[in-house]
Design a protein around this ligand. Structure first.
Ligand code: KG4
Ligand code: ZN
Length: 367
């Protein structure tokens, strides 16, 4: 295996995106994403069984598309041949169990049939690795705090080294940030996914119109849950506020509700992320996850981080949302740092802890 600039194909199926990515070392060659988002829209959120079936259908054509894209990126006449790969990588967790299983099964089949090493890696750490593929950014520096916000997670991490040392500082205790956007959009009668809709509605609203609660932000909460998040109280507060206006026969100012809700979410995310930077004396913050598309979140993060002397990295959106390239990138880093492949006995682990960056080879496991 080429350990200097390994050619790796990554498979990501932890939620509703079937992502196939191919990298060569730290260079992105292809990033194909098939999303089943439309199929979930009438339910207002991701339905695990629907996502799993969609992965099964999308995998084969996505792999072919990724090989064609990589062939073109390498200046070849045809698609990249599977035989040319140095390794296969897959997300083994965390995520939806049934969805993960589809990717894990496919990755094992591919690795065994090709006789290639297989790296089973952590989805959350993959989000950080995505940033390495940003050709326009300077090399990733450590330590860095990372804030990952999507429909499935809201996590604050301290990354001392991508391949050996990632610490979970805190995470959401109920809904993920994106999920909160989706649920409030539903209450407001806006379509799924709610994030972009709320962003649009908020553009003409006043963020100070309604003082919605900031979850786990009181002094007593900050003592115990300094880096944890909770959005369920905020969700209830928005629903009550709307109910009261409707009961009084008043029209609900959707733009003000959207702007004030968005401000509450953004405020908590940015405050806690910058608190983590200050507490650990880390002047770097990395953002990841689909909620990063939120205009206000980017704006407030950049402004408040500048005041605090913190540098912010935001990868391009195509690398922020779930994708296979980030999984391939993480495996490439592991290979380049000399790590052995995972053995075939691993399974999908919906609660894989972030400290488990790679599902370890059997020999390294403690009995
Ligand atoms: O990372 P992502 O694409 O995938 C999953 O979590 O599966 O994130 C999707 C989430 C959805 O909840 C969506 O509502 C949210 O990201 N989102 C946004 C925005 N765009 C997407 N949330 C807030 N503002 C946005 N502009
Ligand atoms: Zn994700």
């Amino acid at each position: 295996m080429n350990r200097d600039e390994p050619l790796v194909l990554g498979i990501e199926t932890s939620c509703d995106e079937t992502g196939i990515g191919i990298v060569r070392g730290r260079t992105l060659l292809s990033n194909t994403i098939a999303s089943s988002m439309d199929e979930h829209s009438r339910y207002g959120g991701v339905v695990p069984e629907v996502a799993a079936r969609a992965h099964l259908e999308a995998l084969q054509p996505s792999i072919e598309a990724a090989l064609a894209e990589a062939g073109a990126a390498l200046g070849r006449e045809g698609p990249l041949a599977l035989a040319d790969l140095d390794a296969v990588a897959v997300t083994s967790g965390p995520g939806l169990a049934g969805a993960l299983m589809v990717g894990v099964g496919a990755a094992k089949a591919l690795a065994v049939s090709l006789g290639k090493p297989l790296y089973a890696v952590n989805h959350l750490v993959g989000h950080i690795a995505a940033d390495i593929l940003d050709a326009d950014a300077p090399p990733l520096e450590y330590p860095t705090v990372a804030l990952l916000v999507s429909g499935g997670h809201t996590s604050l991490l301290l990354v001392r080294d991508l391949t050996t040392d990632v610490e979970l500082l805190g995470e959401t205790m109920d809904d993920a940030a994106g999920e909160a956007f989706d649920k409030i959009a539903r209450i407001l009668g806006l379509p799924y996914p709610g994030g972009p809709q709320i962003d649009k509605a908020a553009a003409t609203g006043d963020p100070k119109a309604i003082a919605f609660p900031r979850g786990l932000s009181r002094a007593s909460d900050m003592a115990k849950h300094r880096y944890d998040f909770s959005f369920s109280g905020l969700k209830t507060a928005v629903a009550r506020w709307i109910e009261q206006r409707e009961a009084a026969g008043e029209t609900v100012p959707i733009d003000n509700v959207a702007a004030s809700f968005r401000e509450a979410v953004v405020d908590v995310l940015v405050t806690k992320a910058l608190a983590a930077c200050a507490d650990h004396d880390v002047p770097r913050l990395l953002l990841g996850g689909g909620v990063i598309a939120n205009r206000r979140l980017r704006e407030v993060t950049l402004a408040r981080a500048a005041d605090a002397g913190v540098t912010v990295r935001i990868p391009p959106l195509s690398l922020c949302t779930d994708n296979g390239a980030m999984i391939a990138a993480l495996a490439a880093e592991l290979i380049m740092s000399g790590r052995e492949p995972s053995t075939l006995e691993f399974g999908a682990d919906s609660t894989l802890p972030v400290t488990e960056i790679q599902v370890a080879p059997a020999a390294e496991r403690v009995a």
